[in-house]
Design a protein around this ligand. Structure first.
Ligand code: ADP
Ligand code: MG
Length: 328
């Protein structure tokens, strides 16, 4: 069981039927997240990160595809044992305030999952709540407060504590920092890193802020227009991205290492991503790609192994990298 991935998703598609046509928000994603990993899903706004994250845990019905969570078919698990699934898998929403009842105190918010799952008597629940506050470094004095009277960072800690209440194996957080002031983001990043180490759970965060991902994530998936552009271990991928899209995305992120920062190539991304209503033929990135060749506009690239040890969906993957280095 130790080798069973926390998430194994194959061919996941989420298409939305709208008045203006079919939106291919997620369009054939394979994703493997090993147990105990801290995985980041990144990409520009609108590339399908939230839709994918929601589809992984059944918050969003998928058009097709299969998702296994810790070895079990997700759909079957939810049908046969909804509460068991909810104990094992938790989601932290982008807006912590929107996901809490405004009239419930922090104490009630944290007790709710314990009550729903019939976990312990009143004394045991109180002890568990104290433990949860401790885990997320909140003082007991917040218990009687209402969510709106808390700071953004405190609210996010409450949302995380509630997600941890039943001891999940997998926690997925959608843009957990985007509602926060820059000054408290680092604290929440550190909290996630500490929780991963302390509790040994698997964490997936969706983020458009690559600096966060670099700091805490062990592995990363880069999405572009509903598909995976590149994936791999964060460190080697960030040091040497193979896909021209990742190169462009990463070139906008300053490096903490002054030697790297001094020679960091800046690749500008022209324009906005095309609409997922009408993805371009061939490689979806070809319309914005600085190195695209004619074949890129007709042939859809599959993910293949690249030099950093991960995979990239680019016909020119390592060749494009060489071109970039030659021009730098
Ligand atoms: N319920 C919906 N109906 C129609 N289109 C949607 C719906 N939800 C998301 N989309 C579209 O799907 C695409 C991906 O959205 P989303 O998953 O929210 O991206 P991200 O989280 O990466 O910003 C966007 O073009 C968005 O407009
Ligand atoms: Mg989103």
């Amino acid at each position: 069981m130790a080798d069973t991935p926390a998430i194994a998703a194959r061919g996941v598609k989420v298409h939305f039927r709208t008045a203006a046509g079919l939106v291919r928000a997620v369009d054939g994603v394979d994703l493997t997240v090993p147990a105990g990993a801290f995985h980041g899903i990144v990409g520009e706004s609108g590339c399908g990160k939230t839709t994918l994250a929601r589809a992984l845990i059944g918050l969003q019905p998928a058009t097709s595809g299969e998702v296994r969570i810790v070895g079990r078919d997700r759909a079957e698990w939810q049908r046969s044992d909804r509460l068991g699934f909810a104990r094992a898998v938790q989601f932290v929403f982008q807006d912590p305030l929107g996901s809490m009842s405004r009239r419930q105190t922090v104490g009630q918010t944290l007790e709710e999952p314990l009550l729903i799952h019939g976990s312990g008597n009143a004394v045991q629940r109180r002890a568990r709540i104290a433990e949860l506050l401790d885990l997320v470094a909140l003082p007991a004095s917040v218990l009687d407060r209402l969510p709106r009277s808390l700071s953004g960072g405190q609210r996010q800690r409450v949302a995380i504590a509630r997600a941890l209440a039943l001891g999940p194996q997998l926690l997925i957080a959608d843009e957990p920092l985007s509602a926060l002031d820059v000054s408290v983001r680092a604290q929440i990043v550190n909290l996630f890193a500490r929780l991963r180490d302390q509790l040994g759970l698997t964490i997936v965060i969706v983020a458009h802020d690559l600096a966060i991902v670099r700091e805490v994530c062990s592995d990363v998936t880069v999405m572009y227009l509903g598909r995976v552009a590149e994936e791999g271990a964060t460190k080697p991928l960030f040091a040497d991205p193979a896909h021209p899209y990742s190169q462009a995305l990463l070139s906008a992120v300053p490096s903490p290492d002054p030697r790297i920062e001094a020679v960091r190539p800046r690749v500008l991304l022209a324009g906005d991503p095309p609409s997922p209503r009408n993805p371009p033929p061939g490689c979806r990135f070809s319309t914005r790609c600085p190195v695209a060749e004619p074949a890129c506009r007709t042939e859809e690239p599959a993910l293949r192994a690249v030099i950093h040890g991960g995979r990239a969906a680019c016909l020119l993957a390592d060749a494009a990298r060489h071109a970039r280095i030659a021009h730098a």
